[in-house]
Each structure stands twice: as structure tokens, then as C-alpha cells.
Design a protein around this ligand. Sequence first.
Ligand SMILES: [Mn+2]
Length: 327
Amino acid sequence: MTDQLYRPDQLPFAGPGPTFAYTPLVLDPGKLGGADVVVIGAPCDVATSYRPGTRFGPRAIRDADIVGPPAMRPHPGRRVDPFQVLNIVDHGDVGTFPGRIESIHAQLRAAVAATLAAGAVPAVLGGDHSISLPVLEALAERHGADGYVVIHLDAHADVELGIDEVDHGNPFSQAIQRGALLPHHHLVAGVRGYWPTTSEEMDHWGERGMRIVLMEEIAERGPAAVADELIATAAELAPRTYLTIDIDVLDPAFAPGTGTPEAGGLTSRELLTVAGRMAAELDLCGFDVVEVNPMVDPAGITALAAHATVLEVLAGMAARRARRAGG
Ligand SMILES: [Mn+2]
């Protein structure tokens, strides 16, 4: 047993680079059958408005693992190991020459479609937030726009108006415009700061039923009460939920490594609790963690938070699965 601890192929800091939590690498989309969760990296930053570098995000999130193989990460609170309960594989990264956003999006949409066709849930590692658009398109194609809800944790609502081209500030208004998302199925929480989510946008989308929870409201009511509301609303609106987490929903104290940081956000602890609950209490049809930018991430703090968030969501999903299997 002692020897096994020191096997060089089981060290978290050595070797050719890890898959997510050292799960099996399955590059062939035709071989995803039997998987419950498929991790897909989307190393894209061409849609970024301010500090670029999220093309290095998926690698940084995978590298933030401190345990090493095998894929075994028991959650101490939930008493469940997601890697035992769920068959989780890593599909590698989609990608092409960095400037070609349409090609990157097309590849991601195909990878998500293959994942859904295999009956699995995509876990997408970003990448700038534009990558949520092809994911939502694949989800709508599979489940219908009325078949899912988006819970969106972010400092920004990402619903710009009047911009035809896709960028990381409009994946959700683009998805609505393309018929892939219903406006009242878009529940955003954590919005703050001065990167414009304008009053005009707030009014426009508010009139169409979009729920935009400002960070101020989370601070007043508490994250648990807001999570209760979002979970209840999502469950009422559709049978499944897509959870999209822009790491900048965290305060820059916890996530400085991101393109457009905004002071006054959630703590890592609050995000872990809220995201884990959403995974445990709703049927997730997929999730993403985006906007991790290791180029401006001292000590890898942000990647660490993103990695922990992914694990927490997986543990929540596993707890739900285990509870249901147990009756
Ligand atoms: Mn954001």
C-alpha cells in the first residue's frame, strides 16, 4: 500500500497531463455510450471583451486536481463518491485555430450532441462564456426550448441587446433570438458591477419574464433563500435544468483569474453550497464552468475554485442518483 502511494504514474504533478480527475479519456464520440457524464473542454477566448486567456482554462481546471489517480473523490458531507456512482469520462477538448469562433462553436455543439445522444450529461469546461451558446443549441435540439431551464450564476446577465455577432456578453440573448432558449426560462443570479447590464436590458428582459437576481439581493436575502427560489422556479418550469457558472460570480478575492472581474461577489463556500444543492435537487441535463483565465490567476486560486465547483456539482448529481436508486 505504501509503495502504491508513490507510483510515478499516480502522481498528480507528473506525467503527460491529466484528464479531469484522472477519468478515462474517450476521444471517439461514437464510444461515449454507457457514460453518465462527459467532460468536454472548450479552450476558447476569441469572444472575450477584456482580458483574454480563457483558452488555457480547461487545462488549468484539470491541472488544479491535487489528488492524483485513480478517479476517486468521495464527498465527505454527502458520503458519496461521484466517480463510483456515475460513469464519468473525459472527451478531451474541442478546438481548432483559436480565431475561428464558428468552427469552435460547431465542434462543441457536435460534441454535446454526441454526449446527449449517448444518454450522458455534458460537463463543459470553458473557455469564455460564448461557448454556452452552442451547448444550449444542442440542448434545444434534443429537448426542445421548452424542455429545459437555465440557472445562470454570473456577475453579468450576458443578454446584450442589438448586437448581431456572438460574443461572451450575449450567449443567452443569442440563444433566445435563435429559438434555443425561452426568456422566462433564464434565471440569472449574482449580477453586479458596471460592465453594462443596462437598465434597458433589465427592463426589456424583465418584461419577458427573465428573472435577474442582483448580487445585492443575494446579500440581503442570503444565498440559501435565493437558491430555494431558483430551484423551485426551475422545477416548476421544466423537467430539466442546465446550470451555467461563470466563475466571475465569485468575488475577485476568490477568483481573480477571470476576464471581467467585479468586486462584491460570492465566496467560494457560498458557490459550492449553492451549486451542489442545485445538482442534488434538480435534474441537470448539463452544466458548464466558464471564464477561468489562468493568465491572470495568481497561485491558481481561480482554477482551484472552478475545479472544486465541478466536483461539488458531480457529488450533488451522484447523491441524487444514489438517493433515487435507494428508493
Ligand atoms: Mn461574467
